[in-house]
Design a protein around this ligand. Structure first.
Ligand code: SF4
Ligand code: SF4
Ligand code: SF4
Length: 319
């Protein structure tokens, strides 16, 4: 870990990072947004990662996710190239080392917490928020389940609870936002026994990465993945192997995703325009149904009472 807990707490307080600002569109609509200046980042140094899956276990625990079919101590799962799921916000995958005889390379995958998140720009109910901490958070209470965020994300991260019939949610790493604003480290960072994960200010993580390149030029590819990809992310990577060989996209360019997805998701603005009308329509129909049901109920009650009253009158007259 790169920072002491005391220093970290100081930053949280000084930067006012326990509050979020603006909804998703704040980040998404500002084309020149380059990230909040005091935001945090996590640096994954794949040259230090041993594929132990402690980060996966910690993530599972802090997010109170169900236990996986195979325990976290079972490293055979590393043989499969896994994606994040609703029950695993992070996965570690194993790759052959292109430097021949050297040990394999492990790459930890999760939401990269883009500086300008495509998921947020595609979400017309603004369920995603780019927070001052750097984390991209999600509010299930406003989500309508359109899954545009899943289409928009260039890293294929958001997952959807298809198995939840009543209240399905989008699920992804939150960069442990609830922990960070409490002054705690992200669960995975805290659990990593190799210090392959470092947490601190984004600018400091970039400095640390550059310092490692300078000190060990033979160990690293001179590239910080996430410094510029898709306009930059709050999750950064350094590696001794070209990122492409780790299944990471190197074709994304440096244009923030919202500017790209504005074209790809050209139907979204239309839906944004139509959505209030649709909602109003659905609301009106449901209200009308309620009104009709109420009227019918009242009519049935009146009719029942009308039928009952003559009978009661007759009974009273007889007595
Ligand atoms: S806990 Fe650290 S060393 Fe272990 S797999 Fe995760 S990142 Fe790699
Ligand atoms: S990686 Fe995908 S889900 Fe995460 S912030 Fe970026 S666009 Fe959103
Ligand atoms: S930051 Fe938190 S939610 Fe994200 S991978 Fe690490 S433990 Fe999981």
């Amino acid at each position: 870990m790169s920072i002491s807990r005391r220093k970290f707490l100081g930053w949280v307080g000084a930067a006012g990072l326990s509050t979020t600002i603006g909804k998703s569109a704040t980040a998404a609509t500002n084309k020149h947004f380059t990230g909040y200046p005091k935001s945090f980042a996590i640096l994954h140094d794949t040259t230090l990662c041993v594929g132990c899956r402690s980060c996966e276990a910690a993530c599972n625990k802090v997010n109170e996710l169900p236990q996986p079919d195979k325990p976290f101590t079972d490293l055979s799962v590393l043989e499969t190239k896994r994606r994040t799921t609703t029950k695993a916000f992070t996965v570690v995958n194993k790759y052959d080392n292109s430097k021949g005889s050297q040990s394999p390379v492990f790459y930890k995958k999760q939401c990269n917490h883009c500086l300008e998140p495509a998921c947020a720009s595609a979400c017309f109910v603004r369920a995603f928020t780019k927070t001052k901490t750097g984390a991209v958070t999600y509010d299930s209470t406003v989500c309508v389940g359109c899954r545009y965020c899943m289409i928009a994300c260039p890293f294929e991260i958001p997952t959807y609870e298809y198995d939840q019939a009543l209240t399905p949610r989008i699920r992804k790493c939150t960069m442990c936002y609830p922990r960070v604003i409490e002054g705690l480290l992200p669960g995975c960072v805290e659990a990593c026994p190799m210090e392959a994960l470092s947490f601190g200010k984004r600018e400091d993580m970039i400095k640390i990465a550059r310092e490692r390149f300078r000190k060990y030029p033979d160990r690293y590819v001179d590239h910080i993945y996430g410094e510029h990809e898709m306009g930059g992310t709050n999750w950064l990577y350094v590696s001794g192997t070209p990122f492409k060989e780790l299944g990471m996209r190197e074709d994304l360019g440096i244009t923030p995703a919202p500017q790209l997805t504005a074209g790809a998701l050209s139907s979204v603005p239309m839906i944004v325009g139509l959505w209030p009308v649709l909602l109003a329509g659905i609301y009106a129909v449901s209200k009308r149904k309620e009104k009709i049901a109420q009227t019918e109920q009242e009519q049935a009650l009146t009719s029942a009472l009308d039928k009952k009253r003559p009978a009661e009158s007759e009974t009273e007259e007889e007595s």
